[in-house]
Design a protein around this ligand. Structure first.
Ligand code: SAM
Length: 292
């Protein structure tokens, strides 16, 4: 056939939920039946062979380890909230990054996990319970309706924004367009409908501006599992002047990661087995331009 699907066997990544189990114990437990290596970048991430099926493994079913990809596991680490901080996870369900944040914060401080969709709120609650993340407060709300000036959020120092996106970085979707049965008349050649992408990007931009507007916030991480520039670099570019006016600048998450345009980090759906985008805004707490 003229259509060739590249070999994209993903390693099986699992993130150890350090709220429940330490990394060494997880390695020794999982090593009984599998080849296990530690990831070279993310401290709590383990790498197993591609075909490893852990869905019914007791460590998975009891919430000691989460099946979470490498790119997805980079986001909470990039945000790097300190134990004791107050943090908002703006678009939180199903909660993989929420409970990762809880682990990074050693269960101390507070995470407000905001989710708009009622059914997905249930999944978020399930994930936080499973993880034993007791410092998470689940909020069924539209993130855009949280008032940054509300006293409730005055101590929030970091926001993780992982908004709805096209999902075009996930291998199945990305490779869809290579199949003969798949045709996109209004597509961009990457399996994306431009109208849909622009709509998503309008929300992503609004949500990012909203996140940057919380007066006490020092760090905002923005991530998508999209390969489209419209949802990634273009969103960042459009908010840069506003961000700069509040004293924010783009920081460089994971400087050792080569695939990036300056500050903005990308993972490739084929080479890295997952297409992902991460941008990190920071400002110093003393920033004179911070909104009072
Ligand atoms: N961060 C999650 C994780 O790692 O498990 C995945 C988040 S998913 C990409 C985006 C989520 O944002 C969806 O559950 C969606 O329902 C929610 N969402 C979309 N618009 C929202 C809004 N305005 N306010 C809050 N949540 C929203």
């Amino acid at each position: 056939s003229q259509y060739k699907i590249p070999d994209v066997k993903k390693p099986r990544y699992v993130r150890v939920n350090t709220l429940k189990l330490d990394v060494e114990t997880a390695v020794s437990e999982l090593s009984k039946d599998n080849m296990v290596e530690k990831d070279d970048m993310i401290p709590d991430l383990l790498v197993l062979p591609p075909a490893t099926d852990l869905h019914n493994h007791p460590l998975v079913t009891n919430g000691s380890v989460f099946m979470q990809g490498k790119a997805s596991s980079m986001v909470a680490v990039a945000l790097a909230p300190k134990p004791g901080w107050e943090v908002i996870d703006a678009c939180a369900a199903p909660g993989n990054k929420t409970v990762h944040l809880a682990a990074v914060m050693k269960g101390e401080g507070k995470i407000i996990a905001c989710e708009l969709n009622k059914d997905r709120v249930k999944r978020l609650e399930h994930t936080t319970n499973l993880a034993g993340a007791t410092n998470v407060e689940v909020l069924h709300e539209n993130f855009l309706n949280l008032n940054p000036e509300d006293e409730l959020y005055s101590k929030v120092r970091a926001i993780l924004l992982d908004p709805s996106c096209s999902g075009s970085g996930t291998v199945a979707d990305r490779l869809d367009y290579l199949l003969p049965s798949h045709s996109h008349t209004s597509g961009d050649g990457n399996g994306g409908d431009v109208g849909r992408l622009l709509k998503l990007a309008a929300f992503q931009e609004k949500a990012l501006i909203h996140a940057l507007s919380f007066p006490g916030v020092e760090r905002v991480v923005y991530s998508t599992c999209s390969v489209h520039q419209i949802e990634n670099e273009d969103v960042i570019k459009s908010v840069l002047p506003f961000a700069a006016s509040l004293g924010f600048h783009l920081a460089t998450p994971f400087p050792q990661w080569a695939r990036r345009a300056q500050h903005l980090l990308r993972t490739d759906p084929v080479e890295d087995k997952e297409g992902f985008f991460i941008a990190l805004f920071t400002r110093s707490p003393e920033s004179p331009q911070k909104v009072e």
